[in-house]
Design a protein around this ligand. Sequence first.
Ligand SMILES: Nc1ncnc2c1ncn2[C@@H]1O[C@H](COP(=O)(O)OP(=O)(O)OP(=O)(O)O)[C@@H](O)[C@H]1O
Length: 241
Amino acid sequence: MSAPTSIALRGSYRIADEMLFDGVALTMPAGEWSCLLGRSGVGKSTILRLILGLETAGQFEGTIAAGDGKPIGGRASYMAQSDLLLPWLSLRENVVLGVRLRGERPDFDKADAMIAQVGLTDDHAKKPGALSGGMRQRAALARTLMEDCPIVLLDEPFSALDAGTRADMQDLAARVLAGRTVLLVTHDPAEACRLGHHVNVLSATGIAHWPVPESAPIRGVDDPELLHTQASLLSHLRGAA
Ligand SMILES: Nc1ncnc2c1ncn2[C@@H]1O[C@H](COP(=O)(O)OP(=O)(O)OP(=O)(O)O)[C@@H](O)[C@H]1O
């Protein structure tokens, strides 16, 4: 993996004549997890797509740049809200899809180890249509974690999981993605406070930086400071809704 880099996005975004957000300044420090929260429809997924250089419905005015000055495309992996699993491929073939698309030889030992870590060994030969929503999300997570990219953008990657599995998958992602520049979009204040080196709340008028506990992520689910921080963040989000 090449060295991680910081990423900064500054600007405004409108759809047709409607301003969606203005005066946004989002910085993702190199090698750390930045979390992005905000009410539904405020533009969180749009920000991920803008960073990746993907098409969006509106127009962005501003700058998006990596700290090392190099292009972002080609060194970022992306887990979208929809799992993007190909229905005609087995779970195992879906997990190695990125490698195949680059014309490289899949490392099936690594893929099988990742499938085991997301708890899907017994299901590796099934097609996505035979998996539950949570199983599909774990398969998509395994595919994302297989990629050896220094920049990782995750759009609600744990939203379909039961509470216990969610905590396990957070632990796994934190371990596998340590040292990478990660942007995690989530609606869950507990998740953001557990995983984030930095927590950002997006609104129509900009980004608020939420203070995180002094302990380093990933934080224990029963860390008292974590519980206090996530409660005050939830109150803030309710007020902002
Ligand atoms: N293809 C599209 N055409 C028109 N408008 C769109 C399109 N995609 C998104 N939008 C609009 O852009 C705005 C931002 O959408 P986005 O998906 O970025 O929000 P979000 O904050 O990620 O929402 P959520 O938390 O519900 O996933 C929304 O108002 C949405 O209606």
